[in-house]
Design a protein. Structure first.
Length: 316
């Protein structure tokens, strides 16, 4: 993986040279803007508003717009000379339990690679210390022109770093809560619990982007000159108001159970037992029948033969 930043982890007086690489990648499909009339690409040009002409990238710098509208030029040298200890350093400031970190703060994820053989020993030391403590490290670092907050944790045998938002960048949630006081009955909670239990857990690796797959198929169809197949609309799940919450929960539990049972049937394997040849079965069945018939006949004839003959009366 290509590194996007080289520096060091500052762990007290220990310095660990590292490379920063992206831990995630974007698989979303991007589109170009086109002119609908002729399909031509729409491009953006960087134009100086004073000279009204296009400017090349090597002629473009940074500037800060002041309150009065004036622009204060800022050079890369100005930024590089700032007295910030985190310019090329991930400075660990504390170790805290992982549950102390609000998921709202978590952003882009990176992997930290040991940079060179001498970095392997201190890197491994920090990794094993994080494992044994069951804590995460809070650090400060500078990237792309600004100082950032980060969280270091162990993923398998690699130290990963999540960019964190600063605490003052998290908005308070009170405006997003319902305006009125809403009460929930125990029966509704029981049904919600039943729905959660029925839906159960999911293997995260089995989840994929169905929308992206559909877009790719549509693009392939259009590229080949064929009309894309219409996707059947999913029944239910509209955006209307739920009139009867209990009824909706009960229906959801039934639907979830049905879907789960169908999934179990799809993955079930049926093993057929090996059957005996039919000829042997029919022979086995017929043989006792013949013997029984013969036995009955012989019994009848024997009983007929063994009938006692009437004795002649003798006179005294």
């Amino acid at each position: 993986m290509r590194s996007i930043w080289n520096g060091a982890i500052s762990f007290g007086l220990v310095s660990i040279p590292i490379k920063l690489v992206n831990a995630t990648e974007n698989h979303s499909i991007s589109f170009r803007q086109i002119h609908l009339e002729d399909g031509g690409r729409i491009r953006y040009h960087k134009v100086c508003e004073l000279e009204e002409k296009e400017v090349a990238n090597d002629e473009i710098g940074k500037g800060y717009e002041d309150a009065d509208g004036s622009i204060i030029p800022i050079t890369e040298d100005d930024l590089a000379q700032l007295p910030i200890p985190t310019a090329r350093t991930i400075e660990i400031v504390s170790f805290v339990p992982a549950e102390r970190i609000d998921p709202l703060q978590m952003g882009t994820a990176y992997y930290l690679q040991a940079n060179g053989v001498p970095a392997a020993k201190p890197y491994t030391l920090l990794r094993e210390a994080l494992k044994r403590s069951n804590k995460v490290a809070i650090a400060k670092f500078a990237l792309r022109g600004r100082e950032r907050l980060g969280m270091l944790r162990v993923v398998d045998d690699v130290i990963a770093m999540h960019g964190l938002l600063w605490p003052d960048e998290i908005r308070a949630p009170e405006d997003a809560a319902p305006d009125s006081n809403v009460t929930v009955r125990d029966a509704e909670l029981d049904l919600a619990d039943a729905l959660m239990d029925t839906l159960g857990e999911v293997d995260m690796d089995s989840l994929h982007d169905d929308y992206r797959d559909a877009v790719e198929e549509m693009i392939e169809s259009k590229a080949s000159g064929a009309e894309p197949a219409e996707t059947p609309k999913k029944s239910g799940g509209g955006g209307g108001k739920v009139i009867d919450l209990m009824s909706a929960l009960e229906s959801s539990v039934k639907a979830a159970k049905k879907a789960r049972d169908k999934g179990d049937e799809d993955v079930a394997e049926v093993t057929e037992l090996a059957s005996r040849p039919r000829t042997k079965k029919s022979t086995a069945k017929k043989t006792p029948a013949k013997k029984t018939t013969a036995t009955k006949k012989s019994t009848k004839s024997t009983s007929a033969k063994k009938k006692p003959t009437p004795r002649k009366k003798t006179s005294a």
